[in-house]
Structures are given as structure tokens and as C-alpha cells.
Design a binder for this molecule. Structure first.
Ligand SMILES: Nc1ncnc2c1ncn2[C@@H]1O[C@H](COP(=O)(O)OP(=O)(O)O)[C@@H](O)[C@H]1O
Ligand SMILES: [Mg+2]
Length: 228
């Protein structure tokens, strides 16, 4: 079998807050093959976002091994890590994190800037990503002129425009009504069918049940890993 796209071994994260230590991750190990569609599910405070931050190289573990695309992240400089993140991972958040003063099209073009792609091509790539999420008729709108579901589609277009190996989504349907959330999940399914690895972090058992694999996390430890 080829190398997993995500590899975590005995990953621990301790947040120090003055005298107090919070053990957010207490020895997490799992690996994800390219093309998997999985959720990481657990109640609030169980360590899901911390785990996502480790996979996404947004923060470093206190100990343990994190390999993304076969590369061990511990030895990488911040600059190399930022490069790896930009090339390999697309992020989707509950609150969309769109830039409010930029149009839909400009928001989707942002990640391509860091790849040194010329403007005309950036525009074409962003238009194509927006077409895939069904928003070709909203490209000149500002984020606050869109519904929640449309904002999340823009965020998904922005996450996919660089053609990353992995999409990491933290509670992507958390701010949406159930029908809109379901449509967003279906969109992730479509993206997955083209070979992109999808990892959705959620407290929602309904989402956990809808992905092909579900890793359950509780108190910073893995409780179960179901594949179906
Ligand atoms: N930056 C931080 N500093 C201190 N404690 C944190 C920080 N981030 C998270 N925690 C704590 O770590 C634990 C796990 O948090 P988190 O990963 O956000 O859980 P979840 O996403 O499952 O709700 C919680 O007890 C939380 O309070
Ligand atoms: Mg969280």
C-alpha cells in the first residue's frame, strides 16, 4: 500500500495556562489513505479542533509524530510548513472565514496568490471552482450578500481551488440548517469522488454516520474507528 496521506503516532498536546495544564490530546494514533472520506467525531471539548490543528499543521504537537503527504512535520521550518499547508491542505471552518471586503471571486483567488500563479489563470481557476459549487451567478457579490449555505460553498471553492490532496473541515455544517447542511455534505461527497481526501470534524452523530469512516474521540483519546 502507498504511504498514508495523514499519519499520526502517539500525538499529545498539552496547553499550559499559567499553573494549569490542559491535556487536550493524550496519545492519538491513526492514519488516513488518499481518497478516504472520514469524520472525527466527539463531544465539545474532546480535542477535535486540536486534532484538526495538528493535521493541518496550524499548531505543533507537544510530542508524537505527524506526517502529512509522507513528510514529517516536526523538523520543518515555519516557512516549509506554510508551503506544505498551502499545497496539500484546504481548510473549511464553521464560520466560513471569508474576507468581508473582497468579492466571492476574489476570496476564491486568494490561496492561488501564494503559488505564484498569474492573475488571469488565477481568475480562470477560481471561476471553475465556483462553477463546481454552483455559484457562477454570485461571483461579484460580497460575502454578507450571501446566505450561510452560499458562504460555505464559497469557502469550499476556496479550499478546493488549489487542488489539495486533503480537505479539512471543522464543523462545516454547524452554522447551517439541516437541509443546507445536507447539501454541503453532498458537495463534500462529490469532491471526494474525484480522489480528494476529506476529513470532517464534528460533534454531530448524523454526520459521523454519513461518512465512510468515523474516528471517535473522547477526552483526547480515540474511542473507536469504524469503517463501512
Ligand atoms: N489554545 C488553547 N489553550 C488552552 N486550552 C485549550 C486551547 N485550545 C483548546 N483548549 C482546551 O483543550 C481541550 C480540547 O479543546 P478542542 O480541541 O477545542 O475541543 P473540541 O474541538 O472537541 O471542542 C478543551 O478542554 C479546551 O478547553
Ligand atoms: Mg472544536
Amino acid at each position: 500500500m502507498s504511504e498514508p496521506v495523514i499519519f499520526m503516532e502517539d500525538v499529545r498536546k498539552i496547553y499550559s495556562m499559567g499553573e494549569q495544564e490542559v491535556h487536550a490530546l493524550r496519545g492519538i494514533s491513526f492514519s488516513v489513505e488518499q481518497g478516504e472520506f472520514m469524520s472525527i467525531m466527539g463531544p465539545s471539548g474532546s480535542g477535535k479542533s486540536t486534532c484538526m490543528n495538528m493535521i493541518g499543521c496550524l499548531d505543533r504537537p507537544t510530542s508524537g509524530i505527524v506526517k502529512i503527504g509522507g513528510r514529517e512535520t516536526a523538523k520543518m521550518t515555519e516557512k516549509k510548513l506554510a508551503e506544505l499547508r498551502n499545497k496539500t491542505i484546504g481548510f473549511v471552518f464553521q464560520q466560513y472565514h471569508l474576507l468581508p471586503t473582497m468579492t466571492v471571486l476574489e476570496n476564491v483567488m486568494v490561496p492561488l496568490r501564494y503559488q505564484g500563479i498569474e492573475r488571469a489563470l488565477r481568475r480562470d481557476m477560481a471561476l471553475s471552482a465556483l462553477e463546481k459549487v454552483g455559484l457562477s451567478d454570485r461571483i461579484n457579490h460580497l460575502p454578507n450578500e450571501l446566505s450561510g449555505g452560499q458562504k460555505q460553498r464559497v469557502a469550499i471553492a476556496r479550499a478546493t481551488v488549489t487542488k489539495p490532496a486533503i480537505i479539512l473541515a471543522d464543523e462545516p455544517t454547524g452554522a447551517l440548517d439541516s437541509a443546507t447542511g445536507k447539501a454541503v455534505l453532498e458537495l463534500f461527497g462529490e469532491i471526494n469522488s474525484t480522489g480528494t481526501t476529506i476529513v470532517i470534524v464534528t460533534h454531530d452523530p448524523g454526520i459521523g454516520a454519513s461518512t465512510r469512516r468515523c474516528v471517535r474521540i473522547l477526552d483526547g483519546m480515540i474511542q473507536g474507528d469504524e469503517k463501512r
